[in-house]
Design a protein around this ligand. Structure first.
Ligand SMILES: C[S@@+](CC[C@H](N)C(=O)[O-])C[C@H]1O[C@@H](n2cnc3c(N)ncnc32)[C@H](O)[C@@H]1O
Length: 410
């Protein structure tokens, strides 16, 4: 399928079909919502009448919206004429399914707080020889240093919100194409709501889905979206992903030197170093599960349209090493106050060094060994080591999850 799929006769036929009265009754109404410090203005978009973009509804009406209805929300709230100068932290254009997530966000303590800023600029966007654009470190960094944080340009459900009932009588492929065309129309509506700078930034992002029936906006979203923790606590069972201006320019490695996490209060994602990064090094995050085998990771990366050639993917021994790292945690399950603390300490320090040499500090086994070394050093009365490992563990956790752990003396 070519880039301009929506302009083809085939797409037009499917769109006509989907627009037939009766077939699209549910999908012809799209709910539009704005955040107004607790108040909601709700509107129903009449696709048949673009002259009337929306009709204001009252607060009661939003509570009648079904859990599956797409709602358009701008976070934080903005006026129609707002400019970036008024809100340097920027706005996010969201599609939520039902009103629950919006309530969760509004109820988050300190929402909307300021997006964190690193003490200095720590990276620069450059052209890479084989990966398009990418970010490179402009200063040395250590674990948990903030590289940058930003609000997403877009937040949307991971799976396109579609009415499958409108595709009765079509083949599976016809349904897939019709769904893509329908979804592109929803996305077109969404990006019209964005400020011009954000719309331009979104559409300038890479698109590796030009041949699979995705429309141009959906292709960009599929190439650049990150999974977030949004939706996990609202009871809706919907997962959301986010697309960013800068973060979506960070390339992938299975041996990443950076990690990202989403913070609800500032409604932003931050990228932190997960190990030492030297000036001039490219910054990499992982697009796939770093705990998976090489074959499984390659499969997961396929939709991005490249074959990973990081040192882990090209080293035939890397899966074996990963298996040994996983196995190394086994004895720690049986670690008790009567264990041989000196042996546990020596083993854990050895495995930490092995993991560091492989650049795999992103693995949870790294934290497990830091923890074991911390506990063993406490038992052995090695206070200096103990304090060092406490610090390392809290930095690892803060980089990965954004919160400090409570420590208890053992
Ligand atoms: C989210 S974008 C990353 C930014 C992108 N390089 C750009 O120029 O905008 C994802 C795309 O970057 C490229 N990419 C990311 N990591 C790569 C890697 N390790 N090797 C080759 N290409 C990569 C692929 O084209 C992929 O579809």
């Amino acid at each position: 399928m070519k880039h301009g799929f929506l302009n083809t006769k085939k797409a037009a036929r499917w769109m006509d079909h989907c627009a037939q009265p009766g077939l699209t009754e549910a999908s012809s109404q799209v709910v539009q919502t704005k955040v107004h410090s607790g108040n909601m203005k709700t509107a129903f978009l009449e696709e048949q009448n673009p002259e009337i973009p929306y009709v204001e509804q009252d607060e009661m009406r939003i509570n009648d919206i079904s859990d599956n209805a797409p709602i358009f929300v701008t976070i934080p709230s903005k006026t129609l004429t707002a400019t970036l100068a008024e809100c340097p932290d920027n706005w996010t254009e969201c599609i939520f399914l039902g009103p629950k997530l919006k309530h969760v966000i509004l109820d988050t303590p300190n929402f909307p707080s300021q997006v964190p800023i690193p003490p200095t600029t720590r990276c620069r966007l450059e052209t890479t020889p084989t990966m398009g654009l990418g970010f490179f470190a402009t200063s040395d960094m250590k674990m948990n240093d903030l590289i940058f944080a930003e609000r997403p340009l877009v937040v949307k459900p991971q799976a396109p919100p579609m009415q499958t009932s409108i595709f009765v009588g079509m083949s599976a492929e016809q349904q897939r194409l019709a769904m893509m065309a329908e979804y592109e129309k929803v996305l077109e509506f969404m990006i019209k709501r964005m400020i011009p700078e954000n719309r331009a930034a979104l559409m300038a992002l890479a698109n590796s889905h030009t041949e699979d029936g995705s429309g141009p906006i959906h292709g960009v979203l599929r190439t650049n979206a990150f999974a977030t923790s949004l939706g996990k606590d609202d009871g809706s069972g919907v997962s959301y992903s986010a697309v960013f201006d800068k973060l979506s320019r960070v390339n992938h490695s299975c041996v990443p030197n950076a990690v990202t996490k989403f913070d609800l209060a500032s409604f932003s994602s931050s990228m932190c170093a997960i190990r030492e990064i030297k000036t001039g090094e490219q910054i990499f995050i992982a697009y796939c599960d770093t705990g998976a085998s090489t074959a499984a990771r390659q499969r997961e990366l396929k939709p991005y349209g490249f074959e990973c050639s990081c040192r882990r993917c090209t080293d035939p021994e890397s899966d074996g090493l990963h298996q040994r790292i996983i196995k190394s945690m086994g004895p720690l399950n049986y670690y008790t106050p009567t264990s041989d603390h000196a042996a546990v300490f020596a083993e854990s320090v050895k495995w930490m060094k092995t993991i560091e040499a492989a650049g795999l500090q992103i693995l949870h086994s790294y934290e497990t060994h830091i923890c074991a070394a911390m506990m063993a050093s406490s038992k052995l009365g090695k206070m200096e080591d103990y304090l060092r490992y406490i610090q390392m563990r809290s930095e690892w956790n803060e980089a990965m999850h954004g919160k400090l752990l409570e420590h208890t003396m053992l």
